[in-house]
Design a protein around this ligand. Sequence first.
Ligand code: NAX
Length: 328
Amino acid sequence: TRTPVNVTVTGAAGQIGYALLFRIASGHLLGADVPVNLRLLEIPQGLKAAEGTAMELDDCAFPLLRNITITADPAEGFNGANVALLVGARPRTAGMERGDLLAANGGIFGPQGKAINDNAADDIKVLVVGNPANTNALIAQRNAPDVPAERFTAMTRLDHNRAIAQLAKKAGVTVNDIKKLTIWGNHSATQYPDIFHAEVAGKNAAELIADQNWLEGDFIPTVAKRGAAIIDARGASSAASAANAAIDHVHTWVNGTAEGDWTSMGIVSDGSYGVPAGIISSFPVTTKDGKFEIVQGLEISDFSRARIDASVAELVEERDAVAELGLI
Ligand code: NAX
């Protein structure tokens, strides 16, 4: 039998944590044959609720779930971690400036990066979900100098999945027919969902649909503002879909992209497509054997270039702001 994989989830008592933990424990993160140990990392106020979730996890009698650790100590939470899902973050509250938000999250993701550096397993893979996800991932990565930079990623898979769903609806096909969609840039309203290389049942999506009004006036804003639309409708932010995207992100990273397709991940830029090296930006990537590669050689139109540049400029500003604050 396989050795259990240690999976750490921060913010385990939150709403995404609640939607995420049961799917990890039932084998959807890593595979139906991979046993898991869960490490739930919370702040002290969240420990009691995390214990309640752990009781429910016990009550599922999941065949793959070995043990559950609940802690507010990052060193214990990341001890031996093979996969870490950093979900807990400081949300923006009324009257908070962007600098305050970045500083408050730096106070979370800096120490967590250090704790990962000092305690995680050598093969650690990190996914940052907590917002601002790209810059939080950058802070964690820069505080973990002994961990290869490519092990720190930020989640744009929810945006990717949202874009696939919108494109499938427009084209009148199922999501299974959509391939090679890309989210570029930041997980924020400036993100750029790119259909110019996407395929609908094997045909180029942009040529098939050829509707610039829909692209600019409907598709791009619907995908970019979907989070706000969910809050408006549900009275709470995306939780199950965010948890699902986190599962997809790690599952694809570990198990590979399908032949003839790719996915979107926020990763440390190597300078590809003119994105400044070092920032964590979303790219089209293929994955294989637990490693990813940026899809190279895509032709970028002026329309796409301007949108990618705008989102990347926001990431550069965020990087400069956290550098100024001494967080990286
Ligand atoms: P909740 O407020 O329900 O839960 C957050 C949990 O994190 C709380 O239980 C809190 O006690 C815990 N927490 C706070 N600081 C912590 C720390 N230092 N260590 C450990 N735990 C800590 O938020 P939820 O709806 O679960 O969302 C979590 C994060 O995901 C937010 O930052 C949210 O903005 C972000 N999202 C990111 C998405 C993405 O696509 N990248 C989409 C969904 C979501 O909005």
